[in-house]
Design a binder for this molecule. Sequence first.
Ligand code: UD1
Length: 423
Amino acid sequence: MDKIVVRGNGPLNGRIEISGAKNACLALMPAALLSEEPLTLTNAPRLSDIRTMTTLLQSLGVEVAAMQAGKVLSMSGHSADNHVADYDIVRKMRASNLVLGPLLARHGQAVVSLPGGCAIGARPMDIHITALEQLGAEIELRDGYLHATAPGGLKGAVIDFRFASVGATENLLMAASLAKGTTLLKNAAREPEIVDLADCLIKMGARIEGAGTDTITIEGVDRLRGATHPVVADRIETGTYMLAPAIAGGEVELVGARLDLLGAFTEKLDACGIEVTQTNTGLVVKRRNGRVDAVNVVTEVFPGFPTDLQAQMMAVMCTAKGTSVLEERIFENRFMHAPELVRMGAQIEVHGGVATVTGVDKLRGAPVMATDLRASVSLILAALGAEGETVVNRVYHLDRGYERVEEKLGACGADIERIQGDD
Ligand code: UD1
């Protein structure tokens, strides 16, 4: 397995190009199942999660052509004839559950293994299941698989999500686009990835209003056509790299980054002393003074502080001035990076979903273990400002969500290299 070695060596200066959003692309790709005509995505990120979704769609009969080294994905659902999403693929990534709605809409039946993914909590599927049942599906769990059928076809309904689940909102947007009649989604997720999916579906002929608010109306249509759609910029990758100069100092321009996608995250950056300037091409980020100030963080659904940036923010708080309290409200087990940061000299106490971080002057390099996707990158960020060498083991999680991280940070002067593993 590959390792990443980082030697903290002072300020970062340079430009980083922001990739298309992994989470948007993972939701957009299954939309290819909804049409007989090709769906082409441009600005796709080159990540192992995207390759996993490609393999899953191919197993369902979708033809996928990757062009421009994977930056353009053209998918044809013309001969997609399989409705069984196999455990061997689905277990690698929770987002595989995003084929459930499209398969049901297309075939009137779907068999989808319960997903795996990052070990950050129980992550059940009840919200997806209840909502699809309200559209007329019958769903039961047998042998680790969800068996879903829609005997009379999917029919529009009023759905009031008990929680604004991102994945459930996406599954329902796709399923309801081909249902008979009108669907009203209440307490829908408002994340930018939802807006991106809705924009793409609208190009395909779907009739959707309200995406980006908590109430979305979908008027079902008989068929969807093909379309070409650019994947929105990755707000989590953006936020991650905004935090690199917060730890290491220097000034970094994030090309293609969009401030309007960042919600409460930018307010927290401002509060801890990080200056963000919008340019014609993206965002320029630097520290206002020296060490940043401690701030408290509570993770919430969009536009609140994203759970996917909590680990990275904790890495920043490890060397901030003062004590900060980080509360994780979206996932129940998302502090696995804390003991690894402690190995580097951080002072962190975790009680349930609350972590208290007392800033120290400097972290020291150490061998650490990447436990999940965002935890991995938080260790790299911490290492950029640490004294000595940090070896981040098990970086396959990182490759699921960050494109060429060592090249992007290396181009800004970071001393970072990948050591290829044997397997
Ligand atoms: C998506 C993102 C993930 C991000 C998360 C929250 C993708 C591919 N992944 O994940 O990076 O961290 O949004 O912003 O887009 N839940 C239930 N029952 C359900 C569904 C969810 O209890 O049926 C719970 C989950 O266990 C979790 C919370 O709701 O505690 C949030 O989940 P959800 O919004 O569905 O996240 P994902 O779509 O899985």
